[in-house]
Unconditional design. Structure first.
Length: 307
């Protein structure tokens, strides 16, 4: 039997702005539809942020998430993964609130502080419908705070609910931070390790960067880890292909990249999932179903989501 590969789809995020792509989901109905369509295309997990439906700004209020969580649960068996990253300008208390309220099967958790920069996208995108978009992209003074205290706060808040974590690691130091919490007994295997490549402020997207992160993660965690990759922007599919061939899992979605091919923007999250699926099946592998992903990651079950 061929190996099962988990596809995660991050459908909207907090980085890209509405003026960049008509495909970016903004309203609760758009986010719900995008998540369900991605799941039907082959995503076992959908990673979710909320936005203000009028302006498209990130909104981390539990009330904003409620509007699409119920719809997704009614229409799909996919694993729901709620962000605790929110946006870099939010406090950790704001960021963890939706996951604390709804107790999802999975929540993302950034494993270290870092510079966070979007201004490189201004080389391509020039016109914006909302005032906040340009200010958001121009900001060169963002430090995304994820201290040991912050991480411990999220772990203590959510671990007692049975929520497990997508550990987002933007450089090798974040892997060592995760290892610290493993040694302290504050996280338990299997560790769903999402290594992130190509975001300005984090590690690069060269194949050697992928190899170095994988070698380090293997050395620290061995068979305690379920490894996945996230390639930002144009790096999404090349890194996905590399990781799938190396035994990894894949995250795609319009949170991470607006593109489907060089010079061609993705029409939807589902299109990116379909492209990832073609890579996986082209390698003679199989796409994991939501229930297979639950088994691989030792999740508590979709019926435990409190919506």
């Amino acid at each position: 039997m061929s190996r099962k590969v988990i596809i995660t789809c991050a459908v909207t995020g907090a980085i890209h702005t509405p003026s960049m792509s008509k495909a970016l989901p903004v309203t609760p109905q758009e986010i719900a539809d995008a998540a369900v369509d991605a799941a039907e295309a082959g995503a076992a997990i959908v990673h979710l942020h909320a936005r203000n439906p009028k302006t498209g700004q990130p909104d981390q209020s539990p009330e904003a998430f409620a509007l699409f969580l119920k719809i997704i649960k009614q229409r799909s068996n996919c694993v729901i993964n709620l962000t605790t990253g929110g946006a870099p300008t939010m406090t950790v208390d704001e960021r963890v609130r939706p996951a604390a309220v709804y107790k999802p099967e999975v929540a993302s958790l950034n494993m270290g502080s870092m510079n966070f920069a979007f201004f490189g996208m201004l080389n391509r995108f020039k016109k914006f419908e909302h005032d906040w978009e340009l200010k958001h992209l121009q900001n060169k003074d963002i430090v995304f705070r994820n201290t040991f205290q912050d991480i411990e706060y999220v772990l203590k808040t959510l671990s007692e609910t049975g929520t497990r974590f997508e550990f987002e690691c933007y450089d090798t130091a974040h892997l060592y931070n995760l290892n610290y919490f493993l040694e302290q007994g504050m996280v338990k295997p299997p560790l769903f390790v999402q290594t992130v490549f190509g975001l300005q402020g984090g590690t690069g997207a060269h194949p050697e960067d992928v190899l170095h992160m994988k070698r380090t993660a293997d050395r620290l965690f061995g068979d305690k880890m379920v490894w996945s990759v996230l390639g930002a922007g144009r790096n999404q599919l090349p890194i996905a292909a590399m990781a799938a061939a190396m035994g990894g899992n894949i995250r795609v979605g319009l949170e991470d990249s607006l593109w489907a091919a060089p010079g061609r923007m993705a029409a939807s999250n589902a299109e990116q999932v379909t492209l990832a699926r073609k890579i996986i099946e082209g390698l003679g592998l199989q796409v994991a179903t939501p229930d297979e992903a639950r088994e691989i990651l030792d999740l508590k079950g979709g019926d435990k989501l409190e919506v």
